[in-house]
Design a protein around this ligand. Structure first.
Ligand SMILES: Nc1ncnc2c1ncn2[C@@H]1O[C@H](COP(=O)(O)OP(=O)(O)O)[C@@H](O)[C@H]1O
Ligand SMILES: [Mg+2]
Length: 264
């Protein structure tokens, strides 16, 4: 099966600094693929190149075999790549529902709301947006808080709302930049449950995350960056036991919980 996403020798330079250095990777279909590495190792820059926020200095990026590097942001999003941001971009004094709808409205203006098709022209955009927002509220478990102002929500629920905004456009591939950062353990568990449900609805996830319990438990494939370059790639088990990864990043950050299988 062809990869969903393919990076071919991608490099990004910021004047003197090489932020991403000759990175190649392939994300298989039906996958949760994690990108990990120390702060400053080039993870967000990689996402910015995939989504068209930044041009690559060198290399090509393909999405379902179509070349997307060089295309503008809105065209890439229209192909079905959605993302969340490391820093929340929500309107605090608006309700959860309104934030989803506004996020959706911004997407409609750019022609990005791929679901927003009313063939008979009977429904107004607002009605369609509201219907979609209600579906998303259900998916992120915030139905009961739909009218709550975002600023009154816990940080965990704000992060969930941010996820909801990305889901509004029905992406096929969702890129998450540190979605669980700052969450407490129970919020994190809830977030992981929602991510797994999202994935089971057929959405591929490309995940940047520092919490190794999250990464090791839900990823099928992990790519590790250090100083912009790939230093390892493999299954969670392979990555946990990779000396170079332990030295550059994992250290004592992660001690695998031994399951019966690994003790055999
Ligand atoms: N717009 C920019 N201009 C200049 N340098 C940048 C810019 N964005 C990121 N960098 C630098 O590129 C490197 C990689 O950053 P980033 O991709 O944000 O890392 P990560 O997400 O892994 O923490 C860092 O050294 C960072 O300071
Ligand atoms: Mg980052």
């Amino acid at each position: 099966m062809n990869p969903v996403l393919k990076l071919e020798n991608i490099t990004k330079r910021f004047s003197g600094l090489v932020a991403v250095n000759n990175l190649s990777l392939e994300m298989p279909k039906n996958c949760i693929h994690a990108l990990i590495g120390p702060n400053g190792s080039g993870k967000t820059t990689t996402v910015n190149m995939i989504t068209g926020v930044l041009p690559a200095s060198e290399g090509n990026i393909f999405y379902n075999d179509a070349k997307i590097s060089g295309k503008p942001l809105f065209q890439i999003a229209r192909l079905g790549i959605g993302r969340t941001f490391q820093n929340l971009k929500l309107f605090g004094s608006m309700s959860v529902l309104e934030n989803l709808m506004v996020g959706g409205h911004q997407l409609t203006k750019a022609g990005l709301l791929r679901f927003l098709v009313d063939l008979k022209g009977e429904k107004r955009e607002e009605t369609l947006l509201k219907e979609r927002a209600e579906e998303v509220l259900e998916q992120i478990g915030l139905v009961n808080l739909r009218n709550e102002k975002v600023k009154n929500l816990s940080y965990g629920r704000q992060k969930m709302t941010e996820l909801g905004r990305a889901l509004m456009m029905k992406p096929d591939l969702l890129i998450l930049d540190e979605p669980a950062a700052g969450l407490n353990p129970s919020e994190r568990k809830e977030f992981v449950d929602i991510l797994l449900k999202t994935h089971s609805r057929g959405i591929d996830l490309f995940l940047i995350e520092h919490n190794m319990d999250v990464v090791m438990n839900i990823s099928k494939k992990i790519t590790v960056l250090n100083f912009g370059a790939k230093i390892a790639e493999g299954t969670p088990k392979e990555i946990q036991n990779n000396d170079q990864v332990i030295k550059a990043y994992l250290g004592n950050k992660y001690t695998p919980v031994k399951t019966e299988k690994t003790e055999e």
